[in-house]
Design a protein around this ligand. Sequence first.
Ligand code: SF4
Ligand code: FES
Length: 249
Amino acid sequence: MKITVRVWRQANATAKGRMVSYEVPDVSEDMSFLEMLDVLNDRLTTQGEDPIAFDHDCREGICGSCGVVIDGKAHGPQQTTTCQLHMRSFSDGDVIDIEPWRAEAFPVLKDLIVDRSAFDRIIQAGGFISAPTGAAPDAHAAPIRKEDADDAFDAATCIGCGACVAACPNGSAMLFTSAKITHLGLLPQGQPERRSRVLSMVGQHDAEGFGNCTNIGECTAVCPKGIPLETISRLNRDLLGALVRGGDE
Ligand code: SF4
Ligand code: FES
């Protein structure tokens, strides 16, 4: 395939950005989207031009670092990570727009790379258990309802990619925050700090400049791990309980 990409180029955090067009001939449908960018970057480097900066690490849908907006959609046309998107999702002659996440709390650092450290600070605010839990217990040593174990596991699959924020018209990170809160809130180990956790993490979410959730649902529609909107309902129930009863007993 021969395609054209229009890529957001921005030299640094304070520079003015713009879309720049590049032709990419010889794209195989078996290439991942990031491999297509690698091919383009090889050519740019050979020509002495600055390669396009984009974030990536695992390239197998685990680390959450690779997200970009493709043709206006977070992670592109498939509900997967950008690294797991393949060029077979596109056609010969396509013109593809590639932009960084657009959200006040995710400032652009360079080209397609944004600063997602706000997510780290939300986790630091309460996404952990401070009680000494000893060594890893044997599986099934703590009795947990199957439904709770399954839901906690599903919530724990959030990879912190930020697509939910990029897709949300409010720039809200509630799906991410609720996944982290639900993961711990459904397990016995997460109970002692359950109320202070939700107060602290939601407080940090707001302090970082993320918007509020108005149940639009764009977040879950682009989430590569399928975190459901119901997870935000769990957060709201926990938050209401903590606001009424106060912090931990
Ligand atoms: S909730 Fe989904 S879209 Fe949001 S950060 Fe987690 S994995 Fe990414
Ligand atoms: S590079 Fe790790 S999820 Fe895409």
